[in-house]
Design a protein around this ligand. Structure first.
Ligand SMILES: [Zn+2]
Length: 238
């Protein structure tokens, strides 16, 4: 089998598309998370781990793990941020630009090479090869090259709640964009040659290790409200 990242013939690992540590907050006390299929005909089920697929050799798994370790630390252990003058905004500091940017790209790229139905809308075309080279060569490029805008999600309650949604392709501010939801955040990647001119280009992670981010309440995010409504209307909810 051919590793999708280094392209060599090797025994492949079952690789996550979205790292397992982002699934962890969704497990109940029995170690299960609820999966609600988009297809209303398909039954709601439980899973005990995030979706995986044979994509990478062991050495490429390690290569990407280095970026993931940094992001795990930032999200779950040492979140450093400063409030800004803008209401509903913050500035994450102390990021490792190379690792954070390549982590972002690795999720997008894995979703694009994946054959799992969940990631059907992510298809990077010619950008897939360019991003593969950036990942394997550890070259994150300038901030606007495949920049990603991150918005933190607030629930407004102490009840633990997290969700991962199927990534979608769409347009944002005239640019092709892919939207992911995981880790209490919305991640929107801008895929275009003139991303420098995007209205939110100032929110892409910067080389000095800072990143502006907005914070929104779940109930103010239309597409999440719609998803939650769709789920609540199912009659097979446990
Ligand atoms: Zn490999």
């Amino acid at each position: 089998m051919k590793c999708q990242l280094c392209l060599s013939e090797a025994k492949l690992c079952k690789s996550h598309i979205i790292p397992e540590f982002f699934y962890k907050p969704m497990y109940d006390d029995k170690g299960r998370m609820l999966i609600v299929p988009l297809d209303a005909e398909e039954k709601i089920r439980y899973a005990q781990q995030g979706e995986k697929e044979e994509l990478l050799c062991a050495s490429c798994e390690q290569h990407i793990n280095d970026f993931e370790k940094h992001v795990n630390r930032v999200f779950f252990h040492k979140f450093a941020y400063e409030p800004t003058e803008q209401p509903g905004e913050g500035l994450i500091v102390e990021l490792d630009y190379t690792k954070f940017k390549l982590f972002q790209l690795s999720v997008l790229w894995r979703a694009s090479v994946s054959t799992l139905p969940t990631y059907a809308q992510v298809n990077l075309g010619p950008h897939e090869e360019q991003i593969r080279q950036m990942i394997i060569n550890r070259t994150p490029g300038p901030p606007h090259q495949y920049g990603c805008v991150v918005t933190g999600l607030e629930t407004g309650t102490d009840i633990p709640f997290d969700l991962i949604l199927q990534p979608r392709r769409g347009r944002w501010d005239g640019h092709v964009a892919y939207r992911f939801v995981f880790g209490h955040c919305i991640w929107i990647y801008v895929i275009s040659s003139h991303s420098r001119t995007h209205s939110r280009a100032d929110y892409f992670v910067r080389k000095d290790g800072t990143m502006r981010f907005r914070i929104m309440h779940l109930k103010d995010v239309g597409f999440i409200v719609d998803e939650l409504k769709r789920v609540s209307q199912r009659d097979d909810l446990p």
